[in-house]
Structures are given as structure tokens and as C-alpha cells.
Ligand binder design. Structure first.
Ligand SMILES: [Zn+2]
Length: 398
């Protein structure tokens, strides 16, 4: 993805928002049709049938016809792709699009190449039904067949080209590295380095808490509520930007320095699911604590550290050089002698082997195990005494 910040004028912003609204409307209609599926009624209309319906709808409704046909058709195509991804098991179920959140539309084909350079710092793109919109040339515009225009909740417009960056060659001898992704330290390397992903500062977190409390007291649909909402969105955007920046820099660095990059194969989508309720055997109908709050905290950490994003980016920049290793027991196994018991893990930070006395930082020890590819294959040899603090159970039992 190659993104540029766009600076539309006020009139253009309204026109762009209208296009976003059309795309959202068409997407939501497609979602509604798709969700109406029942065993009795049979299949719901597919992409081709929906396109035909769109043509009919455009001839019936002026407001729909006033928008670009391509934008609306691409929304259907995007939805079709989202369904395919869902059935393939790589993505979650397509969801309802809401105004003010994840807004955007896509332009493809010859219309996507109408871009002119204005000067050293600025260029303009001709968006159908909107006109020439200026964007900042923060890098070279890539050769791409389509682009996407988005607006984030903090009100920033972006122009994004879907391009996979060219692979980064290894410089130097080319070693193997293991990366352990944690919550307190975002990534620990088998070389002993510990990299942490910057989030919001203490001051910013305090401000976020304050704004969230204030939002709760605002009257619905009031101007103040809108202002507070924008302020919150700006803080979220800031932490998101920092995270993306970290992911890009770290993945480039790793791809450049190491020949083989081994990471834990964690099913992140499964891990961030809700923990199962534990029924209490002594009192029927009641439940034992299932550490749901603790897991919620862990989930926040996982998302904040951009785990998925780092691996995805590494696979783009170092294709064929990223290996996924079974993460089971990597945090309990001694990287020197291979002894594996839960007692090895003294605390969140410290690892001390009860057999040979080897002591190290726990995340670095795990990273060395991952680098060695030393993943214990027998999953159920030792009963599930894995610490819920460190090793989410879904990854070992799932
Ligand atoms: Zn040992």
C-alpha cells in the first residue's frame, strides 16, 4: 500500500463524501441481500445479478444516478471479494458500513491513471464526478491499476494505491532470526534485541480517558459531542500512525538484516475472540471466573502492538523467507538444554532453567527457541499448565 495525503477543497470534500455515501449504501444493500439467505429460498443474487439490479436502481433513482457508476459497481465487486475471503477462511464476515467510520471508495481502470504532477511537492488526481483533487507528493506515485480514496474518523483524506513493495535483498552474511511477539515488549529478537512499538504517551492516554468520560456526558447529536468525538479520533489516529511507522521500519530492518525470519504461528483472529464461559460444577447455572477482563487487556495489547501487521509486511518485503513456527512451549523451554517445564518461567520477564540454571530474559529465550525452530510437536504431553499471562490458550489447543 502506498498512501498519499489528499487535500480536497470544501466543495470537493462534500462531493467525495457523497461518493462515499453511495458506495456505503450499495455495499450495505449487498450485505442485506447476502444475509437474507435461507435454506428454503435458495441462493441470493451474486455479483452479476446485483450489477443488473444496480443498473435498474440507477435508472429509477436520480440521487443514485448522480454518482459515479464505477464507484457503485466497485462497491459490489469489493463486497463480492469480501464474501470470497470469508468463505476461504482468511477474513472475517463482511460487516455493515457505518457513516463516519471506514468510509471510502475505489476507482479502477483508465480513470485511475488520471494523475498530473503540479510541482515538486504537489500532484492532482482527477476523481470521477469530483474533479482535480490535490495531494501531497510524499513519494513517487507507483504504477497501479486502481486506487482507493478514504477518509478516517479524524477527517483526513487519503489516496491509496494497492502495490506490494519490491522484495528487499539481504545485505550481509544472512543469518536466521527468531521473533517473539509479546505484549510488554512488542518484539524480542533471538539476537537479544528488544523492540517496542510506540503507543500513546502517559499524558495522551490520560487525555484519552478524560475525553471518553466526557463523551459519555455529552447530549446525543450535539455539537459538543461531535467535537469530543473528533478529538478522540485524532488521538486514535496518532497511535495508529505511530504503530504503522514502527511496523514499516521494523519489517524493512529485519528483511534487510536476516536471511530467514522465524515467527510464531499464532492464530490471531482466534486469540482475540471472547474466552469461553467456564461452568461451575458445584453450582449448576453459575460460572467460574474465566479471566475475561484479563483477556480483554491482552487483546488490547495484541492489537496495539500490530502483530498481524508486522508479519504481513515481513511476508511482503521478504517473500519466501518468513517461516512460521509452532509457538507451543517456546516460552517454557530452555534455549540451552531444551528442558521444558512451566517452572522455568519465573515471572513475566525472567526465565531460569531448573535443570541447567541458564538465566535470561524470558522473551529473548523464547525468540531463540523460535529461531531454532524448536517447536515441540507433541502438544498434549504435559497437561495444560500454560500461564494465561503469557501463552494464550487458544494458540496451543486450537
Ligand atoms: Zn536448561
Amino acid at each position: 500500500m502506498s498512501r498519499f495525503r489528499m487535500y480536497p477543497t470544501t466543495a470537493q470534500r462534500l462531493a467525495l463524501l457523497q461518493q462515499c455515501g453511495h458506495a456505503r449504501y450499495v455495499w450495505n444493500l449487498a450485505l442485506e441481500q447476502w444475509a437474507m439467505w435461507t435454506r428454503e429460498k435458495g441462493p441470493t443474487p451474486g455479483y452479476v445479478a446485483q450489477c443488473r439490479q444496480l443498473t435498474e436502481a440507477r435508472s429509477a433513482f436520480d440521487w443514485l444516478r448522480s454518482g459515479s457508476q464505477m464507484v457503485q459497481q466497485q462497491a459490489l465487486r469489493d463486497f463480492d471479494q469480501a464474501c470470497r475471503n470469508f468463505y476461504a477462511g482468511t477474513h472475517r464476515r463482511p460487516t455493515w458500513r457505518k457513516a463516519g467510520r471506514c468510509e471510502g471508495f475505489r476507482i479502477v481502470g483508465s480513470q485511475a491513471s488520471r494523475i498530473v504532477r503540479l510541482n515538486r511537492k504537489w500532484a492532482a488526481v482527477n476523481v470521477p464526478k469530483v474533479g482535480w483533487v490535490r495531494f501531497r507528493l510524499s513519494r513517487a506515485v507507483p504504477e497501479a491499476k486502481s486506487y482507493r480514496i478514504t477518509v478516517d474518523p479524524s477527517g483526513r483524506w487519503h489516496l491509496a494505491f494497492a502495490v506490494i513493495p519490491p522484495p528487499i535483498p539481504v545485505s550481509g552474511p544472512g543469518e536466521v532470526v527468531g521473533v517473539d511477539r509479546g505484549v510488554t515488549v512488542s518484539a524480542a529478537l533471538s539476537t537479544g534485541e528488544r523492540l517496542s512499538c510506540p503507543g500513546l504517551s502517559d499524558h495522551e492516554q490520560k487525555r484519552l480517558k478524560y475525553l471518553q468520560r466526557r463523551l459519555g456526558r455529552c447530549r446525543r447529536a450535539s455539537q459538543r459531542r461531535q467535537r469530543v468525538k473528533t478529538a478522540i479520533a485524532k488521538l486514535y489516529a496518532r497511535s495508529g500512525d505511530r504503530r504503522k511507522d514502527w511496523v514499516e521500519k521494523t519489517s524493512t530492518d529485519l528483511a534487510r538484516r536476516f536471511a530467514i525470519i522465524r515467527v510464531e504461528d499464532l492464530r490471531i483472529v482466534k486469540m482475540i475472540g471472547r474466552p469461553k464461559p467456564k461452568p461451575d460444577p458445584a453450582r449448576p447455572g453459575r460460572h467460574l471466573p474465566n479471566r475475561r477482563r484479563a483477556k480483554a487487556g491482552l487483546n488490547r495489547g495484541i492489537l496495539a502492538n500490530g502483530w498481524g501487521a508486522l508479519v504481513r509486511r515481513l511476508e511482503h518485503k521478504a517473500p519466501g523467507r518468513v517461516e512460521k513456527v509452532n509457538p507451543a512451549y517456546t516460552s517454557q523451554t530452555c534455549s540451552v538444554c531444551g528442558h521444558c517445564v512451566p517452572e522455568n518461567r519465573k515471572s513475566q520477564a525472567v526465565f531460569r532453567c531448573v535443570a541447567c540454571g541458564h538465566q535470561a530474559n524470558a522473551d529473548v529465550n523464547a525468540a531463540i527457541n523460535i529461531a531454532a525452530g524448536r517447536a515441540v510437536s507433541a502438544r498434549r504431553e504435559t497437561p495444560g499448565q500454560v500461564s494465561p499471562k503469557r501463552e494464550p490458550q487458544h494458540s496451543t489447543s486450537g
